[in-house]
Design a protein. Sequence first.
Length: 580
Amino acid sequence: MRNIILIILVGLLFFSSCRDTFLDRFPLDEISDQSYWKTSNDLKLYVNQYYTRFPGYSIGAYNWGIYDLDNNSDNLLPENYNSQLGGTWTLPSSGGGWTNGNNSWGDIRSINHFFKNYKNCEDEFQQYRAYLGEAQFFKAFLYFNLLKKFGPVPWYSEPLETNSEELYASRLPRNQVVDSILVLLDGAIENLPSKGDAEQLRLNKEVAVLFKARVALYEGTWEKYHNGTPFGVQNASPEKYITMAANTAKSLMDMGTASIYKESNTDFNTNYLNNFNQINYSSNPEILLWKKFDLELGMGHNAGNGAEGAFTGLSKELVESYLCSDGKPISASDLYQGDSDYVTEAENRDPRLSQTMWLPGAIKILRSNDTTFFESPDLVFGNSQNTTGYQRRKGANPLGYLSSGHFKSDQGSIIFRYAEALLIYAEAKAELGNITQSDLDMSVNVLRDRVGMPPMVLSEVVTWNDPNWDFSELSPILNEIRRERRVELACEGYRHDDLFRWRAHKLISGVQPRGAHFVAEDYPQTNPDIVNVDANGYIIPYKTALPSGWGFDPSRDYLSPIPSNELILNESLMPNNPGW
């Protein structure tokens, strides 16, 4: 019965049309194949379960949605540091994401059960074609998550049993796994309806195209930058995948069915901020897929206004990535006021900084009779503790506190947004070495236009030599596009994958992450004696826990280890990933 209730909840959450009780059917993990798989609705209800695999706010749980996903990177510094970046994780005997949790092999088995049985549907193909497309997408999505975590993995096409010989299959080279993922996504693109024709809150063709571009760029850059290392690929063909990423992203841009959300062409102080705090995204042209909550159905989350920045904080390295308002980096702009304190540091900067980080005077809670303004980051242990002196604002909705009580927020959760396609296109073209000003104008500069930033001009950027570039060995244009990606997608969970596919361990290995310059009067509620700072007065959250900084081991930590018991059960999985 628990499984039946779960399916009902998932159906209610995502799809207003799926409100049939379904109580006379078997739980999905105990399906009778003789009585199920007969109708399109059977297929629809089966694939519903995989929508919960997308990150976002959670019903009835303390969760900050997508806006804390960068806690596994150098963008956000959570109270409890990430053990992979810290280099402190150990070889698990079991679990380790291989057999436990979402996006593990249990999900692969269950989605393969769909492919084994969907042809038993008695309806016309057109009636269930979209659900086949969804299943193809979800298998690709699940396998991509396994690939990012473990690298080479077995490929399974059947729902295996405990006695299946295929359980002892060996791992395939990662590029073969990626090719199989891309085949699935081509099928999803063919079978899914376009956004305008798809059922609200369900997968659509545009999402599948975007995800294909994401997978292709990830594999292409991984193969390029890990070439010649233990994490590299034999017979690598990075250009093939990077070209595919550029062409696929461009095909989405050419569809004309999505655009960048912008409220005003003259007031740029909220265009970016308000793209991330909406209750209903159904009319937002940038959001390709989102998760809806409904308080009337008891489906609320506890993010409140989604902006307290609890138990984490923006890193100084992220804050320094934002250009000045003249379009120049802080090392080259006369507008930069220095970093004597976090307020001064934010002056004359890309407007996305003040819409990602709280600054004094910004409206925090908006009520008819009680408006509260942000005063200062909270460095004291509490419900809104900040770790760095830079408190995250992105995702904030001042109206969020109108609903009082726990789990009373119905702010929508973004899953896929069109801006990523523009950034994929620009990066892929720069990686291929054939980017033009026209390419920049249809990608990066569309994002800059939203916030009133000067456009990126190729002929100017190629003459730059920013001493603060993260990747001084690469071209100026590639550095600036990577900067743009970091800024635009900050706190949304992309940074970890970017660091890993770029083989960017120099940004985390042996580096002590920092926060703002600590000025006691800027944090009046904080006892200055409890704040860890370095010799120059910058907040060091991990001064005690990681006295030597991040301990990331580039010879080991780019991939997770396969648990030791799995290697005992299946010797064909050996050897373990490099360094383990």
